[in-house]
Write a protein that binds this ligand. Structure first.
Ligand code: 5AD
Ligand code: SF4
Length: 461
């Protein structure tokens, strides 16, 4: 175990506090939080290791959105213990959404967990670790002001050509199935200038693509430099104007607040990527109402029509929940119909999972699990057909791609992402990593594509 009395002498000379490993589950907001935790721990004198074995501190950034996601973290800890990867000296810090959902209960479930933190208290981790090491008493702290962590975090480390930037924390929509308003708290937007400063720092570090994040980015309402409320559309224009931002994405968009000013920004700003994620959840108005989603299947269709008019090449992806309490075959058929009407290019679909404390957990659920499973498979088969159709439509096209790194399968190949969020691998030299280049799509596989760098005559097929 590392020496806890080690202190940070000055910004250039740091004594080593020990090693840490971060494991992350769940959404992109968690990926952002995990990266910021890495920055923080490193700035506090800890050294990151990619493998859990032997790490002094193991930090788990968890997801509570479905019961399965929640179980994963406890299963992972069990298997690491069983394999001797962690032992009684390992300081285990469990955080993220399961941290704030279960808080003190976590120590009852697993007394060997030393620290429990939440999405809002991630910035306190080094102090919590120091406190635990000094006292050997468990430390649970999941409550803080929503935006406190952003002020307390060090400057971001450099991690490739695409960077997440969180623009708001929490969600105030209270969809009846969702635990997020409880785990991440109510919606709060970061001030516009803080976001712009973060983007400028990224671009200065060579980042080309900015991905704005929030549970509900369409309801962004941060203050601008004059103290006026700025909406997502204004933020998009501001960020698009920053020199060096070559591609801009934003996730997750709620259909409820996808106002015409945002659609206009998409029409006006070519830097916004050709891909947008808009969870629909269900095609049945009755179920949408029970979910407390304030739109109808037809208003969703109309939104997509307007978006496609504004940006004909835009790819639309979605989330769908199957087997919400009381979902009938007729409700499910309406979801299938909506999928046929919209033809999503990509999607995530899930069986409804009852989350404690949410309103839907009290609803009567008389649909057998096996029936829900059958419906999920039927839905996924249809979604897969459309995803394949979209991939095939890219065959032979020229695409501007951002080169993210070396392909995992072959170090002769580079891995890049198209504007419409498809992965392409192609032969090219390593110094293209981090650059935007043009490729021709020469082969389409089920989830990736092969390309040829424009201006090079190699045959890769
Ligand atoms: N059960 C199943 N899926 C859920 N999601 C959120 N809560 C639940 C739940 N209780 C899904 C929604 C959301 C995505 C992130 O997770 O589809 O858009
Ligand atoms: Fe959950 Fe609804 Fe908020 Fe999304 S919009 S995080 S589904 S409450």
């Amino acid at each position: 175990m590392a020496d806890i009395t080690a202190i940070k002498l000055n910004s250039n000379v740091k004594l080593q506090m020990g090693t840490f490993h971060v494991a992350v589950w769940g959404c992109q907001m968690n990926v952002y939080d995990a990266d910021r935790i890495r920055d923080l721990m490193t700035a506090s004198g800890y050294v990151e290791q990619n493998e859990p074995k032997g790490a002094d501190v193991i930090i788990l950034v968890t997801c509570a959105v479905r019961a399965k996601a929640e179980d994963k973290v406890f299963n992972q800890l069990g298997s690491w213990r069983h394999q001797g990867i962690i032992n009684d000296d390992t300081v285990i810090a469990l955080g993220g959404c399961v941290g704030s959902e279960l808080a003190h209960q976590i120590i009852e479930i697993d007394p060997k967990i030393a620290i429990v933190f939440g999405p809002r208290t991630a910035h306190k981790l080094p102090a919590m670790v120091a406190q635990y090491r000094a006292t050997h008493e468990s430390v649970v702290d999941v409550n803080a002001e929503a935006l406190e962590k952003f002020d307390a975090l060090p400057e971001q480390g450099q991690r490739g050509p695409s960077a997440f930037v969180t623009i708001m924390e929490g969600c105030s929509n209270n969809c009846t199935y969702c635990i997020v308003p409880h785990t991440r708290g109510g919606e709060e937007s970061r001030p516009e200038q803080d976001i712009i400063d973060e983007v400028i720092t990224h671009v200065a570090n060579g980042v080309k693509e900015i991905h704005l994040l929030g549970q509900n980015v369409n309801s962004y309402r941060g203050l601008d430099a004059n103290g006026n409320v700025s909406r997502l559309s204004s933020l998009l224009y501001e960020i698009a104007a920053i020199d060096g931002v070559e591609r801009l994405r934003f996730t997750t968009s709620n259909p409820m607040e996808f106002t015409d000013d945002i659609i206009q920004a998409i029409a006006d700003l070519p830097v916004i990527a050709d891909s947008i994620h808009i969870p629909v959840q269900s095609g049945s108005d009755r179920i949408l109402k029970l979910m407390h989603r304030d739109y109808t299947a037809d208003s969703y269709r109309e939104l997509i029509r307007k978006l496609r008019q504004a940006r004909p090449n835009i790819f639309i992806s979605t989330d769908i929940i199957v087997g919400f309490p009381g979902e009938t075959d007729e409700d499910f058929a309406q979801t299938m119909q909506l999928v046929d009407d919209i033809k999503f290019d990509a999607s995530f679909s899930f069986i409804y999972s009852k989350r404690p404390g949410t309103p839907a957990a009290e609803y009567e659920d008389n649909v057998p699990l096996e029936h829900k499973r059958q419906n999920l498979y039927a839905l996924q088969a249809k979604l897969e057909e459309y995803a394949t159709m979209y991939s095939q439509s890219l065959m032979g096209t020229r695409q501007r791609v951002l080169v993210e790194g070396i392909s995992r399968k072959s170090d002769q190949e580079l891995k890049a992402r198209t504007s419409n969020n498809r992965i392409v691998v192609f032969e090219g030299s390593r110094d293209l990593v981090g650059q935007m280049v043009d490729i021709d799509v020469i082969k389409v596989m089920s989830h990736t594509m092969k390309g040829r760098l424009v201006g090079q005559g190699m045959n890769l097929s």
